[in-house]
Design a protein around this ligand. Structure first.
Ligand SMILES: [Zn+2]
Length: 72
């Protein structure tokens, strides 16, 4: 069982390209799970294969992303 509450948090913008906060690797990042937050951002739980460090990646919603107000 992994405790994710103590892991680092990395903020990125789309397109999602997480980078390991420890070793800087971009290529060997494994996304374990993804969760939508209330403000439209996403949180990914990721593990770096290279140095085995765990961290959370927050993907912020893009400014250009259309709002859902066309449904009214
Ligand atoms: Zn790493």
């Amino acid at each position: 069982m992994i405790d994710w509450t103590e892991t680092d948090i990395v903020f990125i913008r789309r397109p999602p390209k997480p980078q390991c906060p420890r070793c800087g690797s971009e290529r060997r990042i494994i996304t374990k799970s993804m969760a939508l937050e209330g403000d439209g951002s996403r949180t990914q739980r990721s593990i770096c294969e290279r140095c085995s460090s765990r961290f959370r990646v927050v993907v912020e919603r893009a400014e250009s992303e259309p709002a859902n107000d066309w449904q009214t």
